[in-house]
Design a protein around this ligand. Structure first.
Ligand SMILES: COc1cc(/C=C/C(=O)SCCNC(=O)CCNC(=O)[C@H](O)C(C)(C)COP(=O)(O)OP(=O)(O)OC[C@H]2O[C@@H](n3cnc4c(N)ncnc43)[C@H](O)[C@@H]2OP(=O)(O)O)ccc1O
Ligand SMILES: O=C(O)CCC(=O)C(=O)O
Ligand SMILES: [Fe+2]
Length: 361
């Protein structure tokens, strides 16, 4: 166990302690520090103030239990994807036990020593497909984010058995497996809304050709109002399937406004959001909305997003059907998906700016 105390580390050593030595912000929080280190103080414009929060609106909650005999469910999904870019689903069919197990596994992974977790850091990991880290892109950020994460890119069960950390591997795989049916249903409905009636092999690759599961850990934070758990960003996925715990703190931007709406935790629900890849493929019909997570002064929080993505080798752009059948002018060009993701990962979170990479000027 580490014998470092907060008074024994200099403020200038913080980045070394948190980022390079793998202690993460959890390492700082566990020491019981009373003041937020300056490296985490966000610009005033990025700190979340109550004046921009709307309390009397919320993202749609869609009951999936009627999927088979109510065509309205599909319409509700398309409507939510157009107007909010975010919604919650209930009665989705993923067993509660699977959700509870992956939450417990997240705690189990982060409870390990810094030395154990740091075996999976960018510098130490023997594979690019498993990455333990903190903040988002520390080397590119003006202010760091109060979050540690483990990011697992899925290739196969065999590869996961060899490379994913045993503290969380089986539970993460089980969540991925159990989310498959709901992912297909959601994409089927969303494609129908674009006049795409069949998800053939090419579409399957474009829509869900790769998956990444992240385990996020946001420890209790001193001066939470000065920093963020995750800064403003939109996901670069097709769809994100997000499991959050009961603490709360995720805010989404209301379309065409400067206001933010809280996504309240609902027991057993899953949060769904549209990512940039689907905004691009739908030629802007479905919205990949900016969201962010506040830091919490009283509680640790965890979340587990599954990012459903195109295959990295796919060229993504507005779908042919959208342009031909609907007679639209494309507003995005074709880009190689792995180039798009590399662009996202090389800069700090910056709201909706990633998508400019694919815009036709
Ligand atoms: C909100 O906080 C987050 C969010 C996220 C992820 C959010 C998403 O929306 S994930 C969906 C991403 N899509 C995919 O992963 C599928 C496609 N994957 C790929 O195309 C490739 O795997 C790749 C991600 C582009 C990596 O390609 P590779 O050839 O292996 O290139 P590298 O040189 O390893 O990486 C390029 C660049 O990205 C950085 N990076 C790679 N993986 C991650 C990661 N999981 N988390 C953070 N950064 C990553 C890597 O350091 C490289 O940057 P350099 O500056 O070193 O060149 C995730 C984490 C959050 O906190
Ligand atoms: O923790 C959350 O609720 C959201 C995290 C998030 O936006 C992400 O990992 O992309
Ligand atoms: Fe996100």
């Amino acid at each position: 166990m580490s014998t470092t105390t907060f008074s024994s580390i200099n403020f200038n050593d913080i980045t070394d302690f948190v980022v390079n030595e793998g202690n993460g912000v959890k390492g700082l929080s566990d020491m019981g520090l009373k003041t937020l280190p300056k490296q985490y103080i966000q610009l005033l414009t990025e700190q979340i103030t109550t004046s921009t929060i709307i309390v009397d609106e919320s993202v749609p909650i869609i009951d999936m239990s009627n999927w088979d005999n109510d065509s309205k469910t599909g319409e509700k999904i398309c409507d939510a994807a157009e107007k909010w870019g975010f919604f919650q689903i209930i009665n989705h069919g993923i067993p509660l036990e699977v959700l509870d197990n992956v939450k417990a596994a997240t705690y189990r992974f982060f409870k390990q020593s810094a030395e154990e977790k740091n075996k999976h850091s960018k510098d130490n990991s023997c594979t690019n497909n498993v990455r333990y880290g903190t903040s988002f892109t520390p080397q590119a950020e003006k202010a760091l984010e109060w979050k540690d994460f483990l990011s697992l890119f899925y290739v196969s069960d065999e590869e996961a058995a060899d490379l994913w950390p045993s503290a969380c591997r089986d539970e993460a795989l089980d969540f991925l497996r159990n989310s498959d049916i709901i992912i297909k249903k959601l994409l089927e409905a969303l494609m129908k809304g674009l006049n795409v009636n069949e998800i053939d092999q090419t579409k399957e690759s474009l829509l869900m050709g790769s998956k990444r599961i992240n385990l996020n850990y946001y420890p209790k934070c001193p001066n939470p109002e000065l920093t963020v758990g995750v800064g403003r960003h939109s996901d670069v996925s097709t769809l994100t399937i997000l499991l959050q715990d009961n603490i709360g703190g995720l805010y989404v931007k209301k379309l065409d406004s400067d206001s933010w709406v809280h996504v309240p935790p609902i027991d057993g629900a899953i949060v769904i959001n549209v990512g940039d890849a689907l905004q691009i493929m739908s030629n802007g019909k479905y919205k990949s909305i900016e969201h962010r997570v506040i830091a919490n002064g009283n509680n640790n929080r965890i979340s587990v997003p599954i990012f459903v993505n195109p295959n990295p080798n796919d060229l993504i752009g507005p779908l042919q059907e959208v342009i031909e059948k609907n007679g639209e002018k494309p507003i995005y060009k074709q880009v190689l998906y792995s180039d798009y993701v590399k662009h996202f990962f090389r800069k700090a979170h910056d709201g909706k700016e990633t998508i400019d990479f694919a815009k036709i000027n």
